[in-house]
Design a protein around this ligand. Structure first.
Ligand code: CP
Ligand code: NVA
Length: 300
């Protein structure tokens, strides 16, 4: 029994899971491999894509899903994580959790007898980046060029660094000082990148980072839970907007990506996110296919 909390949990299996996701997308796997299985989905934060794609994904695989808002669970009134994990393990075949604290999901996994899949924590967003790399493969055909992430060194950024390392793709992160990605993750990713032969660059210099990139990716400046820092962040990230001027530095055929939800006029100009280089809707669609692959891989 295995769980997916971090891209490190599937360090050597990313290509296999992406291959499986492609097969699901092409409808090559027709039967209902998760028939009779149930997935509990615990949400401590809002969601559109993660919730709907997991729910529809389970349905299409022949299984059942239960949406559990943490406010409505006894856990929201203080029931220990360990009791919740042990009890749910007697009812369902897997649990997807979107949590505030990564450590809570680690504890949940340690106490659970069924696989746990992270649907985002403060530290990582592994399912998102599997969909992202499926999208990169579809548009670019390979992982040869430079992937550039501009903005906050947040959960999405941490998982992108790890998955690029696992796929041997160079990644550059351009972030304001004080908003660098998690140091432990970068350390782990550098080790993986050494093994798979790619580079990780972390810089405050947005122009150098975007220069010649084949992917330009950004995410919100204020993630869920960071709302109190809104004003400070608006000021600190001011120079880190992805706009058409910046896109000119990237490779001519570069694609623009965003995990969504996005705020036009903040981290990205409408001209870019709604322009011809943007692949955001295909990227969001791929959450469904990548997640079906994850569900099949971990729950079957
Ligand atoms: N990208 C993503 O995880 O979207 P949701 O917050 O809508 O699930
Ligand atoms: N970094 C964002 C991603 C949302 C999908 C957040 O954590 O709110």
């Amino acid at each position: 029994m295995r769980s997916l909390l971090s891209i490190c949990d599937i360090k050597n299996e990313v290509p296999d899971i992406l291959k499986l996701a492609k097969e699901f997308k092409e409808r090559k796997i027709k039967n209902k491999p998760l028939e009779g299985k149930s997935l509990a989905m615990i949400f401590q934060k809002s969601s559109t894509r993660t919730r709907v794609s997991f729910e529809v994904g389970m349905y299409e695989l022949g299984g059942n899903s239960l949406f559990l808002s943490s406010d409505e669970l006894q856990m929201g009134r203080g029931e220990p994580i360990s009791d919740t994990a042990k009890v749910l393990s007697r009812y369902v075949d897997g649990v997807m959790i979107r949590a505030v604290e990564h450590e809570d999901v680690v504890e949940f996994r340690d106490k659970s007898d069924v696989p746990i899949i992270s649907g985002l924590t403060n530290l990582e967003h592994p399912c998102q980046v599997l969909a992202d790399m499926l999208t990169v493969k579809e548009y670019l055909g390979n992982f040869d060029g430079k992937f550039t992430y501009v903005g906050d060194g947040n959960n999405v950024c941490n998982s992108l660094i790890l998955i690029c390392a696992c796929l041997g793709m160079d990644i550059a992160i351009a972030c304001p000082s004080g908003y660098e990605p998690n140091q432990e993750i970068v350390k782990k990713a550098k080790k993986i990148a050494n093994e798979f032969g790619s580079k990780i660059i972390i810089t405050n210099d947005i122009e150098t980072a975007v220069n010649n990139a084949v992917v330009v990716y950004t995410d919100v400046w204020v993630s869920m839970g960071d709302e109190e820092e809104q004003l400070k962040r608006m000021n600190d990230f001011r120079k880190y907007q992805v706009n058409s001027q910046l896109m000119k530095l990237a490779s001519e055929n570069a694609i623009f990506m965003h995990c969504l939800p996005a705020i036009r006029g903040q981290e990205v100009e409408s001209e870019v996110i709604d322009g011809p280089q943007s692949v955001i809707i295909d990227q969001a669609e791929n959450r469904l296919h990548a997640q079906k692959a994850v569900l099949y891989y971990f729950l079957k």
